[in-house]
Design a protein around this ligand. Sequence first.
Ligand code: KIV
Ligand code: NA
Length: 273
Amino acid sequence: TPRRSPPPDIHSRKGGTPLVCLTAYTTPIARLVDPHCDVVLVGDSVGMVLHGLPTTLGVTLDMMIMHGQAVRRGLERALMVVDMPFGSYEESPDHAFRNAARLMAETGCAAVKLEGGEVIAETIRFLTGRGVPVMAHVGLTPQAVNTFGGYRVQGKGEDGERILRDAQAVAEAGAFAVVLEKMPEALARRITEELAVPTIGIGASPACDGQILVVDDVLGMFTDFRPKFVKRYAELGSGAEAAIGAYAADVRDRRFPAAEHVYATASRAGDVA
Ligand code: KIV
Ligand code: NA
């Protein structure tokens, strides 16, 4: 299948109709989001959302590859980006390239995303110069939760200058888009105005060139906590809870299986559905 060429497509959307982005971790969800999204991110949030991990720090490259392969099978048109997990890119540009190349080769993703600003800019330059399109991610970077000491809003007051410098550094290093996570609107607007590449916000106001959310948050499937920036468009979690409870009650009260779920005793050819 012909692939949309990633960076140019996304790049040209700067300041236009907002870019629509969601995460996906599985084939069925990838199929659902594909027709509606410009970018589908296989986020390392998968660790918390699907694997019950307390943070994203325990996510491995193998987990990202497995979920990336599943998502790839469900996409036809959206640009697929895969997160580089903690420990897979920080050590050196060479190490990052080796792992990014594995992600691209084994999942078929069009680009990778990694967290960090000035500190990681050299690595981004190394990757983008060698055929690996990079989406950057600044502001609240969840892989740094232990150095931030929590998931607080970033870039308040003076600290905003640091995040602006981070965003400029990764854009200058060649990132084709920059995720801005959890920061005040004024800062997100200023960064968006100053960068030539699109910004994609999560908890970063409508001033960004696009928006991203975790799909399980949007669907009401992941409800352990809800940051202020999440809008739930469905309550599938409570729907699932009710359905499972109804199934359990039906089995215990012998209402399920009912006559229509039962195969006839005589085995007729073709009676296989
Ligand atoms: O892992 C993730 O889901 C992300 C986001 C930007 C939503 O990095
Ligand atoms: Na992530």
